[in-house]
Design a protein around this ligand. Sequence first.
Ligand SMILES: [Zn+2]
Length: 181
Amino acid sequence: MTGATEPITREQVVTLITRYRPHQAQAPAEATVSAWLTSLAGCSYLECEAALLALGPSAARSVTPSEIAGRVEAARDRASAASSPQAAARRDRAAERAHFVAVGARGIRAVYEAMGWHRDPEHDRARQVRCPFCRAAPGVLCSPLSRRRDGRQEFRDPKTRMHPSRHKAARRTTAHSGANQ
Ligand SMILES: [Zn+2]
């Protein structure tokens, strides 16, 4: 089997042409093979075949080798964008945050249960929504911000450490999502 990164060989170019350009003569002209080989230099057989398959049979019959090379390059760009360290880090951070929000919610419940403390359902509800005032994400406590750049002022509730508009937003969300929760 051919490696995914080995450059395409002359023989493989002949295979591609006869397989995907069946209207061509059974043995493609040497000049055609050379032209394809030049255009596809640096592409692997598997990449070229994937590009041809993605085109579909009728488009593959008329595609030029430089179009195939362009498609191979575009596929490589997509693949490296998806696997770039930045993309991976973004995914990791999102997963990590979701994990800590879940663990945090479980942990708080466990601590309250263990200590026999009274939990504040108002606080729990507010934690589940984004704060419209300081933009604290769900699961994150409100920041101490009390005056925004637009001049709006709000002070955190000393007991729940949440902004009053977050409590309001939480009540609205609960009302909307129905009583069966
Ligand atoms: Zn807030």
